[in-house]
Design a protein. Structure first.
Length: 346
């Protein structure tokens, strides 16, 4: 009887050991370290500024005590040019509202470099002193400024924010989604040791930065790094692709740019007219579904805008929209002189 029990225990132990090694060894320990130039300080930010809102009692998590604490925080309302806003709460330990303002503006600018999809669920930011790790979740980003300095020295401050904001804005919707779990299963391995050891909690955040690097910053990473990411998590990449995340300001979308060439002009009117009254989703269409007058009005409102130059500006700053007769002449010009540079039409 004891022999049978011993054999049973041994079998269970072996099965457990095998279960831990089903997946291949991940290529990275943690993905915030894979490349310091995926997002850099000189990249564009959506951050517009902060407005001081005085002091108020706020419940904030502080890793130095590993607990929740209520403080009379300095409060700042941060605005971003994609319409999102965040309340930045700064620990009063910084000494004055002027010193707190420096912290709010510093990290507001970096947070503004994150794509809209990663800031969508961020409602508050907590800023403390100390060298404790950052955090994400709870509709929040947690910052300890001493640790931020260490991240910045290594060139990975922005990459760390991508990881934490993925927790905040993506985990709730995607971490347990059937499509994501199927992608995990299909890939058969993890991008990092951290993701493998905590698959339910860390796989989304660990995978999104490599995805961002491959899809939107491939010119900044080595071919070997790109190949490693693509070979390790191809199905996760496909899953992220299928979500159509709003990646502004990494990618500037110009509404009405229906041929996706970076400028809203007469050529986009041609595309609209060709597909009018059909169930077609045009590129850069904020009203997907049937192509109709709403899409024409979108083209008209953004006529003359270019990617990265006024894509979110007011229509009053745009060139005059051609009237129907002018459009007809432009189309004739396009047909007769298709190789002329675009500016030759105007």
């Amino acid at each position: 009887m004891k022999l049978k029990l011993s054999i049973c225990v041994t079998v269970v132990a072996v099965v457990a050991l095998i279960g831990r090694n089903i997946y291949a060894d991940p290529p990275f320990f943690g993905t915030i370290f894979i490349d310091p130039d995926i997002i850099v300080a000189s990249d564009p930010t959506t951050f517009q500024g902060v407005t001081y809102a005085g002091q108020g009692l706020r419940l904030m998590f502080d890793r130095r005590v590993n607990d929740w604490t209520t403080v009379n925080a300095y409060l700042f309302d941060a605005s971003f040019d994609d319409g999102l806003s965040i309340e930045i709460q700064v620990n009063p330990e910084f000494g004055s509202s002027d010193d707190a303002l420096i912290e709010a503006e510093t990290y507001g600018a970096v947070i503004g470099q994150l794509p809209t999809a990663l800031r969508a669920d961020v409602e508050t930011v907590w800023i403390h002193q100390g060298t404790e790790l950052f955090g994400g979740g709870n509709n929040n980003l947690l910052i300890h400024t001493g640790q931020a300095d260490l991240y910045a020295a290594d060139g990975i401050l922005e990459e760390t924010f991508v990881h934490e904001a993925s927790h905040t804005s993506l985990d709730a919707t995607h971490a347990a989604a059937p499509g994501w779990l199927a992608a995990q299963e299909a890939d058969g391995e993890f991008i990092s040791v951290y993701a493998r050891d905590y698959p339910d909690r860390e796989d989304i955040a660990e995978s999104f930065l490599p995805y961002l690097a491959v899809r939107y910053r491939s010119d900044r990473i080595s071919q070997s790094l790109l190949d490693t990411i693509v070979q390790t998590i191809p199905n996760r990449i496909d899953y992220f692709d299928a979500q159509s995340f709003d990646m502004y300001p990494l990618v500037t979308v110009v509404p009405g740019d229906y041929n996706d060439d970076g400028v809203v002009d007469a050529a986009d009117y041609v595309v609209w007219r060709k597909h009018n009254n059909t169930m077609t989703t045009l590129p850069n269409d904020s009203t997907p579904g049937e192509v109709n007058d709403a899409d024409y009005n979108q083209w008209r409102a953004h006529f003359g805008q270019t990617a990265g130059a006024g894509a979110t500006g007011s229509a009053s700053a745009n060139p005059a929209v051609p009237e129907p007769t002018s459009i007809l002449l432009l189309l004739i010009g396009v047909m007769l002189f298709p190789r002329l540079p675009r500016y030759e039409f105007f």
